[in-house]
Design a protein around this ligand. Structure first.
Ligand code: DQA
Length: 146
């Protein structure tokens, strides 16, 4: 159904390792598990998701620009560690006319000090963090209302 609004779900470095990566912090769901649940919820909400993951900063910049150029309804962005380092991703978010929801499985504010700065959050419309895989679902529910 090509006429359902598209919501990009972009995932940054190491999120391909979900399921085995520090499960005490990130849980046991894989990124594919999360994608499956998002697909189901997207159907209920009347939207479609385009879910991607890359370990490379420039891919995330390219995809944010692509979301802008193709008229995506919203972007859910878990930029992983680039959240805390990437002015390029911050600038990309500011450069497109697409609302971005910053998503995190963990709550970075409860963790190391270097995670307390978010270049993504300073450009995003809002942030959902700390609810594990449910952070993505909550963000999708919010984005579907845009
Ligand atoms: C994360 C939090 C980041 O600080 C970390 O670098 C990640 C995952 C999260 O979803 O909780 O890779 O974005």
């Amino acid at each position: 159904m090509a006429d359902r609004p598209i919501i990009f779900v972009l995932n940054g470095p190491n999120l391909n390792m979900l399921g085995t990566r520090e499960p005490e912090i990130y849980g046991h769901d894989t990124l594919d598990d999360i994608a499956g649940r998002l697909e189901d919820r997207a159907l209920e909400l009347g939207v479609q998701i385009d879910m991607r993951q890359s370990n490379h900063e420039g891919h995330l910049v390219d995809w944010i620009q692509e979301a802008g150029a193709t008229g995506a309804r919203a972007i859910l962005l878990n930029a992983g560690a680039f959240t805390h380092t990437s002015i390029a991703i911050h600038d990309a978010i500011k450069g497109v006319n697409v609302p971005v929801i910053e998503v995190h499985l963990s709550n970075p504010h409860r963790r190391e000090a270097f995670r307390h700065i978010s270049y993504v959050g300073q450009a995003a419309k809002g942030t959902i963090a700390g609810f594990g895989a449910a952070s993505y679902m909550l963000a999708l529910d919010a984005a579907a209302g845009f």
